[in-house]
Design a protein around this ligand. Structure first.
Ligand SMILES: Cc1ncc(COP(=O)(O)O)c(C=O)c1O
Length: 360
């Protein structure tokens, strides 16, 4: 068996110990005589899994009591619609900060439902290489919410401050940074994330919602997209993504064993520094991202020459690495170094980058 260093932006690398545990339990989960994939979501055995996963999210992420934890489907993308459908029923207004493609998609989706959906700031003129400062945000005190994308998977930027939005709740897409560091959840109204980066395989969408925001949705909102209903049914209105929830439990146990999110943040800082320090030390590679806004999860770089970038990607694949090609809208390279990427993987990449630059 040989495993590559997988730098995919998502679905992404999972911790090896988690894969081994899921493998060991695949035929017979804890004496149940069946795989988690095969069991009823209403069974006692599965109830213990989903309850433990919820409890682990609450303790690992320090989720306050006035927030609910939901396990939904449809990816982060369905939240782009579910959020306006549930939150715009008060004033019909929301502010969106556009820091990349996903926040732009979220904004476009909200336009389907709201009367006044505004752009609070956009980084389009600088090709999303930086996060707007507090002074640059044009916020409406009557908005039902302000939407941000915490970590921009494609452009490699990350919010390093939580904007001051007064009494307007912040809704944050944390798909590509959730569980990478501690979060002060009380500063947010809703946090959501597709699972397929730091949580579990695709299929699960985590939503953490302040209880008072689960209000009466817009008329015509389908039951499956009604936060209140999902809370009332404890994410079991229909069949939940059972397998993904189970793997999330194993991932959360792994994080707990390592020492929790403070330890995870230190590991992630250390890994990212290996890559950024090297990028800063050479003029062969460049990164467009403003230094103060650099993501710890998605590191974007290039050689400045398309052909050389393509050769880099090809040769990296011949050197035990995969998925280093940048997103089609940015080009160049992108190394996604989520929680499960070991430090050795980043060192292996930097060694290769040095050899590649040396042989130019
Ligand atoms: C920040 C961010 N938001 C949203 C999405 C879309 O997520 P999904 O594919 O789960 O709908 C992604 C996917 O990569 C993402 O990185």
């Amino acid at each position: 068996m040989s495993r590559l260093y997988n730098f995919s932006a998502g679905p992404s690398i999972l911790p090896e110990s988690v894969l081994k545990k899921a493998g060991a339990e695949i035929m017979d989960y804890k004496g149940s005589g069946m795989s988690v994939m095969e069991m009823s979501h209403r069974s006692k055995v599965y109830d213990a899994i989903i309850t433990r996963t919820r409890d682990l999210f609450r303790s690992v992420l320090s989720v306050p009591d006035d927030y609910e934890i939901l396990f939904l489907q449809g990816g982060a993308t369905l939240q782009f619609a579910m959020i306006p459908m549930n939150l715009l029923s008060r004033n019909g207004k929301a502010d969106y900060v556009i820091t990349g493609n996903f926040s732009n998609n979220a904004y476009k989706e909200a336009l389907l439902f709201g009367k006044e959906i505004s752009v609070a700031a956009t980084g389009k003129d600088v090709n999303f290489a930086k996060i707007p400062s507090q002074d640059e945000l044009k916020l409406d005190a009557d908005a039902d919410y302000v939407h941000i994308c915490e970590n921009n998977t494609v452009f490699g930027t990350k919010w390093k401050y939580i904007p001051d939005t007064g009494n307007v709740p912040i809704v944050s897409d944390m798909s590509s940074c959730i569980l990478s560091e501690p979060i002060d959840i009380s500063r947010y109204g809703i946090i959501y994330a597709g699972a397929q980066k730091n949580i579990a395989p695709a299929g699960l969408t985590l939503v953490i919602i302040r209880k008072d925001l689960a209000r009466e949705p817009l008329p015509g909102t389908p039951t499956m997209l009604n936060f209140r209903k999902m809370i009332e049914k404890e994410s079991m209105y229909n069949t939940p993504p059972c397998w993904s929830i189970y793997v999330a439990m194993l991932v959360l146990e792994w994080i707990e064993e390592l020492g929790g999110l403070s330890v995870m943040r230190e590991r992630n800082r250390e890994k990212a520094a290996i890559l950024y320090d090297y990028l800063d030390s050479t003029d062969f590679y460049r990164t467009p991202v403003a230094r103060e806004d650099r993501s710890l999860m998605n590191v974007v770089f290039s050689t400045g020459d398309e052909e050389t970038d393509a050769r880099f990607v090809k040769e990296s694949a011949e050197n035990n690495m995969s998925n280093l090609k940048g997103h089609r809208s940015v080009g160049g390279m992108r190394a996604s170094i989520y929680n499960a990427m070991p430090k050795e993987g980043v060192e292996h990449l930097v060694d290769f980058m040095k050899r590649f630059a040396g042989g130019r």
